[in-house]
Design a protein around this ligand. Sequence first.
Ligand code: MLT
Length: 398
Amino acid sequence: MPKLNENYLQLKDSYLFAEIAHRTAAYTEKNPDKPVIRLGIGDVTRPLCECALKALHEGVDAMASTDTFKGYGPEQGYAETRNAIAGYYKRNGIDVDPAAIFISDGAKSDTGNITELFGEGNVILIPDPVYPVYVDSNTMFGNKVTYISGNAENDFLPMPDHSQHVDVIYICSPNNPTGACYNKQQLKEWVDYALENEAVILFDSAYEAFIADPELPRSIYAIEGAKKCAIEFCSLSKTAGFTGTRCGYTVVPKELVFQSSTGVEMSLNAMWNRRQSTKYNGTSYIVQHGAAAVFSEEGIRECQENLEYYKKNAAVIADTLTELGIRFYGGKHSPYIWFECPNGMDSWTCFDYLLENIQVVGTPGAGFGENGKNYFRLTSFGTYENTVEAMRRFKTLF
Ligand code: MLT
């Protein structure tokens, strides 16, 4: 009999969004006449932009002829895509070496897989509430997690505790689920703290494209010293509507070098390269060609139009909650609105209450951590019509 990874026994039965999908499907099966509006998982509804579509078609056409056909590609990604992403950083005033950029199928896989680079016994700091993949993937490895509390008092932007030593720090900004976004001084404090502790920051910037204020940092590398202490994960899922097309990227600067227990220098860039070349055969050429087009001037402009559409939805939700006197966060530099459950409900009770009474599906805050147990998340990624209808239904209830 094989010995199994019993760390899995420590996980909740199902992944948050699988549980929501399951409960929603059970409700729809029982109530086929009651149309449900899904504002739960952050899945986009706008079609891909013209630039990306054209390039995806070109990618398919390339496969049709021997001189342009592509077989296995570089595990790290095609130069075209890595250069396009480096150009996108440059546009935002940040220098990133294309050799530090690894193309993947999305930030979820990379934020989960990165745990492989770290050994046992690290102090791993994870904000609560936050994207559940960080905690679940550490639990799968048997890692113990230390939580740092995001709450109404700190506007869901926890800051380092300088009296505590840490080795690995997860930060998601703009934050999923709260929509809170660190400013440059706050991120600088995190970078300085990481450098003091010789720690690594795992920075998830999947929602950077939603930042409306040019003063807010869209990348950890906007902060001096970050290349010596931070890995950044980003994705085209929300920026360019690639949730189904699948493409992300991870930046592992060559400056990230630490000593092994025996004093050997180990480069995280070389380790990630080794890991990816062993376990990943690269994102498909077709998708990468489409992704490169997203970062052209035209692509950025077209994607921005889609983001404006979602921001309009966020404003509809925000206006409704304001009118109803429900306290909320986010929605400004983020597609998510994080609100306090009305009438003292806990978040799963609120989930059932909304589903049963007005057939609106959201995400219970408890799924993002203990501090989310009285909060609820709505996404602005639905259609405008559905968002307006969901908010009309809200007004009948609260
Ligand atoms: C979310 O709803 O939190 C995200 O869509 C999940 C993901 O990106 O995997």
